[in-house]
Design a protein around this ligand. Structure first.
Ligand SMILES: *[C@@H]1O[C@H](CO)[C@@H](O)[C@H](O)[C@H]1NC(C)=O
Length: 265
C-alpha cells in the first residue's frame, strides 16, 4: 500500500512538474510554469507522463471530458501536448480549440493531431495565455483545463476569462493537483515525499532541480478546495461537483459545473 502510494505520488510529482534532462539549461532565466519553461520540456513531456502516471493520466482526462460532453464546441485551455483536445476530437462533429502559451508544446500537439488525422476531427491550436483568451465572449459550449490552472500567472484572471468565453450554462471542468493537508500518516508521508524526496532524487537524475522544486512549490501554494471554489464562483462559474479522483486520496481534484446564466460579461 505504501509503495503504491509513493509511486503514485512520484508519478503525480513528475506529471505536474514537467521534466528536463538538460543540466543547467536556462535555469536562471526561465520562469518556472511559464510558456518558456514548458518549451524546454516539451519533447519529453508525453513520454514521461506515459511512463510515470501508470496509466492514470488517461482515466483522469476521461473523467473531466465526461463532465463537459456533449457539446458542439470545446475549448481546452493549457492544452499542452493536446491530449484532452485530441480525446474530445474523437467525435468529429465537435469543434475543438486548444490553447497554450508554449509553441513547443503545441508543436508536439500538432504532430500528434496529424498522426491521428484519419480518426479525429480537426483541432485548432492557438498560442496564447489563459489570462487573455483570443476568443469572443459566449462562444464555447464547454471548456476544460487539465493540470494547467496551477501554472496560470494570474489565476483569478484566467478563470474570469474561461467564464467570459463560455456560453451561459456552458459546461466546464478543471483537473488540478494539490497537496492534501490531512493529518493521516499517509498524507504526511506523501507530503514529505513530494516536497522533500522527489526534488532531491530528480535533481540527481535530471540535473535540473528547478522543475521539481517548482512542482512542490506550486502544489503547496495552490488554494484549498474552499478557497478555489470561491475563486470559481467569483468568476461566475457555478461549482456542481468537486472530488478527488483515483485511489488513496492522492489523485487530482476534479472540479466541474456550469457558467452562471446571469453572468454579465
Ligand atoms: C458527438 O457530438 C455531437 C455534438 O455535440 C453529439 O450530438 C453526438 O451525440 C456526439 N456523438 C457521440 C458518438 O458521442
Amino acid at each position: 500500500m505504501f509503495v503504491r502510494h509513493f509511486v503514485l505520488a512520484f508519478a503525480l510529482a513528475v506529471l505536474a512538474s514537467g521534466f528536463s534532462s538538460q543540466p543547467g539549461q536556462g535555469d536562471s532565466c526561465i520562469v518556472p510554469g511559464s510558456g518558456g519553461f514548458f518549451n524546454s520540456i516539451a519533447a519529453r513531456y508525453d513520454l514521461l507522463n506515459q511512463v510515470i502516471s501508470l496509466g492514470f493520466h488517461g482515466s483522469w482526462r476521461t473523467s473531466a471530458i465526461n463532465k463537459i460532453l456533449p457539446a458542439q464546441s470545446v475549448l481546452d485551455i493549457s492544452t499542452g501536448t493536446g491530449d484532452l483536445a485530441i480525446s474530445v476530437a474523437a467525435n468529429r462533429s465537435i469543434r475543438v480549440v486548444g490553447l497554450d502559451p508554449s509553441p513547443e508544446m503545441l508543436k508536439v500537439a500538432r504532430d500528434k493531431v496529424n498522426r491521428f488525422e484519419n480518426s479525429i476531427g480537426d483541432i485548432r491550436l492557438v498560442t496564447g495565455v489563459a489570462e487573455a483568451l483570443p476568443f469572443d465572449s459566449d462562444s464555447f459550449d464547454a471548456a476544460a483545463v487539465a493540470f494547467g490552472v496551477r501554472n496560470f500567472q494570474d489565476r483569478q484572471k484566467g478563470l474570469n476569462e474561461m467564464s467570459r468565453v463560455l456560453k451561459p450554462n456552458g459546461k466546464w471542468a478543471i483537473l488540478e493537483l494539490s497537496l492534501t493537508d490531512g493529518d493521516q500518516l499517509l498524507d504526511r508521508a506523501t507530503r514529505l515525499f513530494v516536497t522533500g524526496i522527489v526534488p532531491r532524487v530528480a535533481s540527481i537524475i535530471s540535473g535540473n532541480r528547478k522543475a521539481y522544486e517548482y512542482l512542490s512549490d506550486s502544489m503547496r501554494k495552490f488554494p484549498d478546495e474552499k478557497e478555489f471554489c470561491k475563486m470559481l464562483e467569483a468568476a461566475g462559474l457555478v461549482v456542481e461537483s468537486q472530488k478527488r479522483l483515483s485511489p488513496l486520496g492522492m489523485g487530482p481534484f476534479l472540479y466541474s459545473g456550469i457558467k452562471s446564466s446571469d453572468r454579465d460579461n
